[in-house]
Design a protein around this ligand. Structure first.
Ligand code: MG
Length: 102
């Protein structure tokens, strides 16, 4: 996650956001933000849309980072996410560096 989100005041804001809007709504918001990033990435590949594509991708990536942080709070799975990331990065390292990949 980004260093910006790790600041105490931002963590407190995200906790308050989940409390205020609720778990179901924030799950739905995550789905919405993920779909907006998918749309922005699709526009960068296939073209179309009125907004400058790179600016739109940055905006939607920021939204998704914020929602991922809230999802970790909701599901209480920060350690599992970290472990999954470590394993996937190890696998990627093997793939990219051409060693021990089946
Ligand atoms: Mg968005």
């Amino acid at each position: 996650m980004t260093e910006i989100l790790k600041a105490d005041e931002n963590q407190a804001l995200l906790i308050k956001t989940v409390e205020q809007f609720g778990i179901v709504n924030q799950n739905l918001k995550a789905i919405e933000e993920l779909s907006e990033l998918i749309r922005a990435l699709s526009r960068s590949v296939y073209g179309g849309g009125p907004e400058p594509v790179l600016e739109n991708i940055a905006e939607e990536m920021a939204d998704v980072y914020i929602m991922l942080e809230q999802l970790q709070m909701i599901f209480g799975n920060q350690d599992k996410v970290k472990q999954q990331m470590k394993e996937k990065l190890n696998r990627l390292d093997k793939l990219v560096n051409g060693t021990d990949v089946k």
